[in-house]
Design a protein around this ligand. Structure first.
Ligand SMILES: Cc1cc2nc3c(=O)[nH]c(=O)nc-3n(C[C@H](O)[C@H](O)[C@H](O)COP(=O)(O)OP(=O)(O)OC[C@H]3O[C@@H](n4cnc5c(N)ncnc54)[C@H](O)[C@@H]3O)c2cc1C
Length: 630
């Protein structure tokens, strides 16, 4: 699908009532609004700026380990992140290709301005097709129903009241946000943008538990100020892999934009000394920020202090786009004062003469503890209120998009009195994400990793369409074209599988080509070049799925059996008045967590961070005893 790069004018909002109101036009909000509109809901998307929809606040990249799988699932469910990423990518890479298919993940470097403009254009087009309006305004408050247990819409900054049967908040890093750089503190959700102030109070008044998290971003520097001869180039894949299943419609995927290199350099002992000598000036270390930051994506000052034995840390120099000369310094997130950044960055090879376009900074913001949500991402105690994205304590565009799509879908289904759309942990990374959020209390920003998915062999990035398109089509999220594409693809793959089973290879004692393909050293390429098998008609994506299906068949079967076993345990209900404290032998940490979160089933208990299989086994025995007694 081609995405126009030129923003369309948005129609004027009619200010009538809506079925679904979405607050925030970031990655979560856009997917939420589009999903709700696709399902026929009259939808209003309120955001600070119409031109800023889909803005990339931090790194100019989509995908990555665990995240690339989420994007492919969002695409299979009819979302736009994959399509936009494919249209605006300037370097594509499949990660982990040396490892198994289950942990491979697509990533691309994006032209961030083109990405945002393409999102704006896409939403503007959707306004023509669906009952969707974009309202450029600040949401300042919530319209609370008379019983205090229902949200009826949103109050805008100028006092206008917009009615919504369901309201989805996707305010990202903007709630009560403060930006820090050394001693400098200013209100704002990201550089040069305001904070969202009123909504925190509105949420607290509803009795919701809120917390505070922080994240940071590195400096942007001018391209011409880098010594490119001193840094190491890193190019993308020779044959790029797209995110969207629709990107294979024209045959092989050819990126629309010119492809560019990123570059690598390293910090060194001089950098580390300067950082260590000034670390007391970083707001986290000076005790000015109370929020916890992402452990897996630490600031450079955290890296230097926590890994004092390391004498260098890798830095990626990533271009922010083709028509900007801004370079993003991936790996150097910092909130140290400007003068310290001036000094320590110039100790790095290639950056000795750098010119700053913007210094790094940290942002601290409010989030809502997601254990207060149900699996539709609705707030359990308040009818009509949904939350998605960074407001739920997650981090990352992909996690936000996935939640937005689920919240938008479920809000629209709820308005129409239809059954919710839920995904289980063995069906999708999105199922893992939502389940992790609603059963746990994240104390640091949550990001997806493939290690979070216990059934990851069933959740490959290449077959997200097989797992999800038919389900999305059944509720109206995916189109007939999406369904036909997926069915045609798996007809081709199944036919090729059959041919592999029938073909006997003499040089392997007459074994079938399918059996031979299970050997680690044999690939489809080998069967094609050395054994004259013909795979004409299969796309590159088909070949990956075919090969992975055959090589993984045994493991997949075992994992499916594990899913069935877990399903039996999953459904075992824990009585609502169960006395965890009186359960002899249960570790005190487990007692505390279970008593606090009160999971409804053994399955939910087993996934609480800090609850071990022996805790669940003990619980299971006691519940069994209670049942036989009663
Ligand atoms: C400084 C910084 C550093 C970051 N670092 C990283 C990182 O290292 N790694 C990573 O994975 N992620 C990082 N992120 C987070 C990443 O940007 C988010 O995870 C992602 O953008 C979340 O998407 P979202 O849709 O939830 O929110 P956002 O993309 O933040 O979008 C929120 C939207 O809501 C709008 N909005 C907010 N409040 C209101 C209101 N009251 N009324 C109307 N509109 C409103 C905003 O204008 C914006 O359009 C960083 C973000 C920032 C700001």
């Amino acid at each position: 699908m081609t995405v126009s790069q030129h923003p369309h004018p948005f129609p004027e909002p009619s200010t009538a009532s809506y079925d679904v109101l979405v607050v925030g036009g970031g990655h979560a909000g856009v997917e939420a609004a589009l999903a709700a509109a696709r399902l026929g809901a009259r939808t209003g998307l309120i955001s600070f700026s119409k031109k800023g929809l889909g803005e990339m606040s931090c790194n100019p990249a989509i995908g990555g380990l665990g995240k690339g799988q989420l994007v492919r699932e969002v695409d299979a469910l009819g979302g736009i992140m994959g399509i936009i990423a494919d249209a605006t990518g300037i370097q594509f890479k499949m990660l982990n290709t040396a490892k198994g298919f289950a942990v491979q993940a697509p990533r691309c470097q994006s032209d961030r301005h083109r990405y945002r403009d393409a999102v704006v254009a896409h939403v503007a087009q959707a306004c023509q097709r669906y009952d969707l309006e974009v309202i450029e305004a600040e949401a300042k408050g919530l319209l609370v129903g008379a019983d205090g247990k229902r949200i009826d819409g949103v109050v805008l900054g100028d006092g206008t009241e917009l009615r919504g049967t369901a309201t989805i908040l996707t305010t990202g890093t903007f709630l009560g946000a403060l930006m820090y750089r050394g001693n400098e503190v200013e209100e704002g959700g990201r550089a040069e943008e305001p904070a969202s102030i009123g909504l925190t109070g509105a949420l607290a008044n509803l009795g919701l538990e809120l917390g505070r998290l922080k994240t940071g971003t590195p400096a942007r520097i001018a391209r011409d100020s880098v010594d490119w001869t001193a840094v190491q180039p890193e190019t993308g894949d020779h044959k790029p892999s797209p995110f969207s299943f629709s990107s294979f419609d024209d045959g092989d995927f050819v990126p629309a934009l010119e492809q560019v290199a990123c570059h690598i350099t390293w910090t060194n002992p001089a950098t580390h000394t300067l950082i260590a000598n000034n670390v007391h000036l970083a707001p986290m270390y000076a005790g000015k920020i109370s929020g916890t930051g992402p452990r897996y994506c630490p600031s450079v000052e955290d890296k230097v202090m926590r890994f004092a034995d390391r004498d260098r840390h890798q830095i990626f120099l990533e271009p922010e786009g083709l028509s900007t000369d801004a370079i993003y310094l991936n790996g150097l997130s910092t909130s140290l004062p400007r003068d310290v950044q001036d000094d320590f960055l110039r100790t790095i090879t290639g950056l000795e003469n750098l010119e700053f376009q913007r210094h790094g900074y940290a942002v601290e913001y409010d989030y809502v503890l997601p254990s207060q949500l149900d699996p539709t991402l609705a707030v359990g105690s308040i009818a009509g209120l949904y939350l998605a994205g960074q407001i739920n304590g997650t981090s990352g565009y992909e996690e936000a998009a996935a939640q937005g799509l689920m919240a938008g879908t479920n809000a629209a289904l709820w308005c129409a009195g239809r059954v919710p759309f839920l995904l289980e942990r063995h069906e999708a990374y999105i199922g893992v994400l939502v389940d992790d959020l609603v059963v746990s209390r994240p104390t640091e920003p949550y990001r997806m990793f493939s290690s979070r998915a216990e059934y990851r062999l069933l959740l490959r990035q290449d077959d997200a369409d097989r797992r999800l398109v038919a389900r999305a089509h059944a509720i109206g999220l995916a189109t007939d074209v999406d369904l036909a594409r997926m069915e045609a693809r798996f007809n081709r793959i199944d036919a090729a599988k059959e041919r592999l089973k029938q073909a006997k290879l003499r040089s392997f004692s007459g074994k079938s080509a399918a059996d031979v393909l299970r050997r680690p050293e044999i690939t489809l390429d080998v069967l094609e070049s050395e054994h004259s098998l013909d795979f004409t008609g299969l796309t590159r994506a088909d070949r990956v799925t075919l090969e992975a299906d055959i090589k993984y068949a045994g493991y997949v079967k075992r994992q499916q059996e594990a899913v069935m076993r877990a399903a039996r345990q999953e459904g075992v209900a824990i009585p609502h008045d169960f006395d965890f404290k009186g359960l002899e032998g249960l570790r005190s940490e487990a007692v505390e967590k279970l008593a606090d979160l009160r999971p409804q089933t053994l399955g939910a208990a087993s996934r609480i961070a800090g609850i071990n299989p022996p805790d669940v086994a003990l619980l299971s025995v006691h519940i069994q005893r209670l049942r036989t007694r009663s």
